[in-house]
Write a protein that binds this ligand. Structure first.
Ligand code: MG
Length: 657
């Protein structure tokens, strides 16, 4: 580089006219809303924390509709919404009703309006569909209420799960003898309450409870500093017992309770003072063993039933029966009918949550299931008149790309977590020379499982540490990561806040990687769903959309520039292939290891992509490529004599060939 500068200085001194000025990148114009899905970019957003239209502190569906121009400015051709169906939690992954929109997020009319207005900008709406488990809503309550209930087959239920697993009766395990992840939980089933006159005797020496039905006269509750209480009926309904011996307490009363009862040796419900059962029901006249560890409700007449949950006891796993015939199961049919509703409203794709756990990490079973699900939804989509095939991407989060690749047998697209693991490593180590080779390795891997695979590349998502944190909050590295993502082959996903340079670590709580968008420099953010768990030190005026939009060198501006470029050049878009450069590749000399160079090509159009993954300046000479039409750049990029390319730290450039 020094030699080149010396030569240029000499030439200038000699009055020579040289075309040595850096080439001005062709200005990128905003999408005209008629991009025909060239970029394939999907923006992943958390509906509850993206934008709040009504000022209630919750992000909502109308908030998205109001910001479609923002999403269009990033070159997005589709949006993946966090679950919008009625759910118990803020994040939505415990759906209570697959057929309704969560009132916290809006109405069905709001959702239809979003679909319609997005479509007008050629932006598709993808729903997050949770098939592995549901929340504990009406389906679950009905399922456990009695074994003969119509919903009992919807869940993985057992009276004796250890025996059922050993006997191979748990379809959810798909032949495996252990689940890999998850636990069995008990829940009271059947007629669990009681109404009638009973005598109660608690013996804390033997820690037993004896309940007998009686016609004896009732006693008033003992309100004179009793040592033992029982709770039943409504939560405020408690009754002090009389001491009739050392640590023995008794009373006769009329009981009316829908859920059962509990024993307590303190009124403050502190741990260890609440005594209950192990999930089984008591029998009148028989001693019932009390414990203060599980302290499950003591129920009358009903029994305990066990259910399996991969993730949490609030999310019981759904049961689709033997995987080869999953589509014939009642749960599949109901879920599919719910998906029909949304697809017929205009939804063009689904993101499927936790697909490796539907059949407990049994790949062949899961892919067999997923193919049935995909085909079912695609039939509806085509009957609706949808263009091409419905898009569907799986969260098949495996330990390696090799383990994930077979999921392409079930779905056309899967998240490539390994893309980010590689990119992060290469940026942190300043090594770009083998990046194209690795990307091509992934693609070949996927191709062997499905010819028309769609590689869903990404940096991070709502379940991972933020890319900004992974990159040590280094803005130049974050810009490079965005530029690489948007010049790579496949279907890039941009996660809410990534384009602004957000950071956040999961160890502080999931909420900290789901931070709301700060739209204006001084405005508030929709953080109510996150219960205020936001990093206010990060949410400065400088990181806001308002400020970054006005700054051509901001992270947002880099995402916009490369996102729009991807929408304008089909070679860069979703159909464009990748090939490595004959000279700058994994065999590059040590001094040029930081250069990540590749071609993208489609339908007669070809571009050269060059990134500097390193912290130092590099100089590359291209003898057989055209550098006279630079379409976009980031960082310090200069072209001399149409063949010498000078790249500053973490810079990027794209040239039309
Ligand atoms: Mg709101």
């Amino acid at each position: 580089m020094k030699l080149l500068r010396y030569f240029l200085a000499l030439a200038a001194a000699a009055g020579m006219v040289l075309s040595c000025d850096p080439v001005d990148p062709t200005p990128v114009t905003p999408s005209d809303g008629n991009n025909d899905h060239v970029s394939g970019i999907t923006y992943q957003l958390n509906v509850y924390s993206f934008a709040d239209s009504d000022g209630d502190g919750w992000g909502d569906i109308k908030g998205i509709t109001q910001h479609l121009d923002y999403l269009d400015s990033l070159g997005a051709t589709s949006l993946w919404l966090s679950p919008v169906q009625t759910s118990a939690s803020y994040h939505g992954y415990d759906v209570l009703d697959y057929y309704s929109i969560s009132p916290k997020l809006g109405t069905e009319a709001d959702f239809q309006d979003l679909i319609d207005k997005a479509r007008a900008k050629h932006i598709d709406i993808y729903m997050d569909y949770v098939l592995n488990h549901s929340g504990r809503g009406e389906w679950f309550n009905a399922a456990v209420s009695s074994p003969s209930n119509a919903y009992s087959n919807y869940y993985v239920l057992s009276d004796n799960w250890a025996a059922d697993v050993a006997a191979g009766k748990i379809d959810n395990y798909a032949g495996a003898t252990s689940p890999g992840m998850g636990s069995w939980y008990s829940v009271a089933s059947g007629d669990i309450g009681y109404k009638g006159r009973v005598h109660i005797k608690v013996d804390m020496n033997s820690r037993t409870l004896l309940v007998t039905e009686t016609t004896d006269a009732i006693q008033s509750p003992n309100n004179s500093n009793p040592e033992c209480w029982i709770w039943y009926g409504s939560i405020s309904q408690h009754c002090g017992l009389y001491t009739t011996g050392s640590k023995v307490y008794e009373i006769t009363l009329d009981m009316d309770t829908s859920w059962g009862m509990l024993v307590c040796t303190s009124t403050n419900w502190a741990d260890g003072t609440k005594w209950g059962g192990d999930g089984s029901s008591l029998s009148f006249g028989a001693p019932f063993k009390l414990n203060n560890s599980t302290a499950a409700d003591i129920t009358f007449g009903g029994k305990s039933i066990w259910y399996f949950a991969s993730f949490d006891k609030s999310m019981p796993d759904l049961n689709y029966g033997p995987y080869a015939k999953a589509s014939e199961s009642a749960a599949f049919k109901d879920l599919a009918a719910s998906a029909d509703k949304w697809i017929n409203m205009g939804v063009n794709g689904l993101r499927l949550d936790a697909v490796i756990w539907i059949y407990q990490n049994q790949t062949a079973a899961n892919t067999t299931f997923l193919k049935q699900w995909y085909d079912r939804c695609n039939t509806t989509y085509k009957a609706r008149g949808g263009e091409g095939d419905i898009y569907m991407v799986g969260e098949a989060w495996c330990d390696s790309a090799e383990q994930m690749a077979p999921y392409y047998k079930g779905l056309p697209s899967n998240f490539n977590f390994y893309y980010w693991y590689t990119l992060k490593d290469r940026i942190l180590n300043g090594k770009g020379c083998d990046f194209a080779k690795t990307v091509m390795y992934f693609r070949n891997l996927f191709k062997t499982n499905r010819a028309d695979f769609i590689d869903a590349i990404k940096l991070t998502n709502h379940d991972e540490n933020r890319a900004g944190s992974d990159l040590g909050r280094n803005k130049d590295m974050m810009k490079l990561a965005g530029a690489v993502l948007l010049t790579s082959p496949g279907k890039p996903f941009i996660y809410q806040g990534e384009e602004l340079g957000y950071w956040g670590e999961k160890s502080k709580g999931d909420e900290y990687v789901r931070t709301p968008i700060k739209w204006t420099a001084n405005g508030s953010v929709p953080s109510r769903a996150l219960n205020g768990k936001v990093d206010n030190s990060m949410l400065s005026a400088a990181i806001s959309v308002e400020n970054q939009a006005a700054d051509e060198s901001s992270i947002l501006s880099v995402y916009r520039k490369f996102g729009q470029l991807r929408n304008q050049y089909k070679a860069l878009g979703i159909n464009g292939d990748i090939t490595s450069h004959p000279e700058f590749n994994e065999k590059s000399p040590e001094s040029l290891k930081s250069a990540g160079v590749w071609y993208r090509e489609y339908d007669g159009q070809k571009v050269l992509v060059v990134h500097n993954f390193g912290s130092g300046e590099i100089s590359l000479t291209f003898k057989n490529d055209k550098l006279d039409n630079m379409l976009a750049s980031n960082g310090n990029v200069s072209v001399f004599f149409k063949e010498n390319l000078q790249m500053g730290p973490y810079s990027s450039a794209v040239f039309l060939q």
